[in-house]
Design a protein around this ligand. Structure first.
Ligand SMILES: Cc1cc2nc3c(=O)[nH]c(=O)nc-3n(C[C@H](O)[C@H](O)[C@H](O)COP(=O)(O)OP(=O)(O)OC[C@H]3O[C@@H](n4cnc5c(N)ncnc54)[C@H](O)[C@@H]3O)c2cc1C
Length: 344
């Protein structure tokens, strides 16, 4: 009888891992502290190789049936300058996490996985236990507190399927979801203590008066119950081989959100863990060997995109550099495409 793999965390990484292991006949128990369905802070577009992982896991059809729609173009705004709507080098896939995570949780159960929603893992991490528990909390990073906010809105008329608006303290993305709903999601940094987001989130997400973002969202009707927030984000890249536990997804490392690649990395890291974990479960690899193979594969796959995404994010937080990059990208289409490729 193969050994059970215990997964801690039922976000995209943990659910994809559980589904892939069940497809290989491996017993799976997944602990999830929260319940389904639930909203999560996320721009809700999957960009990059994650879509191919979904296809290989046989999940793409399921998502399309649930209304997942492609985003084919993007526009960028910074103060009064803008890069007008342009086709994305590769379409992104847009679906709310409210729907996506629930669908995958149902699929895991359908395949015979043991799902424990509402149960927080409090044990240690060791052989047979995979950490997919999301971000490692760091209240202050290099003097800043990073926060993420998200809410859905109706009555938004953007110029492209994806819009990214750069502001003094961060950026806000708009993404068209199925059913004429728009995801409004922002990443911000502050040097002071985190404000009361429950009362101020609209001000953060709609930007300063007079900005293109503010104008765009003036008629928006926000869905109050979709609002969610996260704090303590640490966007510094981490190397899997330096981490004692077997980690996938954000628990391993986070990529700056403007790339729209975090979900892809969660799916890709889950897929890279499948064969080593299945072999461990059948007694063909030791835990140390399985963990080392997963870490090596993740580091090799993610090193370059993390490096470029980190550089880009640093640049975009400096007003003069941000303006220059916007001007260059507006004039040289190839630059935008190159940055897109390097961060995926
Ligand atoms: C502002 C912002 C915008 C983003 N926009 C995008 C985007 O547009 N596109 C994109 O691809 N990515 C985006 N991301 C990144 C993306 O959301 C994450 O990379 C992705 O959700 C990671 O999935 P995960 O499964 O690793 O973690 P999560 O989705 O965070 O799931 C972790 C799960 O573990 C559970 N958990 C934690 N501890 C325990 C425990 N002890 N026991 C049991 N359960 C536990 C949690 O409840 C949670 O459900 C964005 C991130 C931010 C912050």
């Amino acid at each position: 009888m193969p050994e059970t793999i215990t997964t801690v965390g039922g976000g995209l990484a943990g659910l994809a891992l559980g589904i892939g292991l069940r497809q290989r006949g491996v017993p799976v128990t997944l602990w999830e502290a929260g319940a389904y369905p639930r909203h999560r802070v996320c721009g809700e577009f999957i960009s990059g190789q994650g879509q191919e992982v979904l296809a290989r896991l046989g999940l793409l059809g399921l998502l399309e049936k649930a209304g997942a729609r492609p985003a084919v173009d993007a526009a960028f705004f910074c103060g009064r300058s803008s890069v007008p709507s342009r086709p994305l080098p590769q379409p992104a896939l847009c679906l709310s996490r409210f729907v996506l995570d629930s669908l995958l949780a149902e699929e895991l159960v359908r395949l015979g996985g043991k799902l424990k929603p509402g149960e927080r893992w409090r044990g240690a991490y060791g052989p047979g236990i995979v950490r997919a528990s999301g971000r490692q909390i760091e209240p202050v990073v290099e003097g800043y507190r990073w926060i993420g906010l998200k809410a859905h809105a109706r009555n938004v008329v953007p110029s492209a399927d994806l819009e990214l608006h750069f502001l003094a303290s961060g950026y806000v993305g708009l993404c068209r979801l199925p059913g004429e709903i728009f995801n409004v999601c922002g990443l911000f940094r502050t040097e002071t203590t985190v404000p009361d987001l429950g009362t101020t989130w609209r001000q953060w997400l709609t930007g300063p008066e007079g900005s293109p973002l503010h104008e765009r969202l003036a008629p928006a009707q926000f869905e109050e119950n979709s609002f969610c927030s996260v704090a303590g984000l640490d966007l510094r890249p981490r190397n899997a081989r330096t981490i004692a536990q077997c980690c996938i997804g954000d628990a391993l490392t986070m990529i700056p959100p403007m790339t729209g690649n975090g979900m892809s990395m969660a799916l890709e890291s889950a897929e890279m863990a499948l064969d080593p974990l299945a072999e461990y479960s059948r007694g063909k690899l030791s835990w140390t060997e399985a963990q080392a193979q997963i870490a090596q594969a993740c580091d090799a796959r993610f090193r370059r995109r993390l490096r470029w995404a980190t550089r880009l994010q640093r640049l975009l937080m400096v007003p003069a550099a941000r303006n220059m990059l916007m001007r260059f990208t507006a004039h040289f289409e190839g630059l935008g495409r190159a940055l897109f490729r390097l961060t995926r």
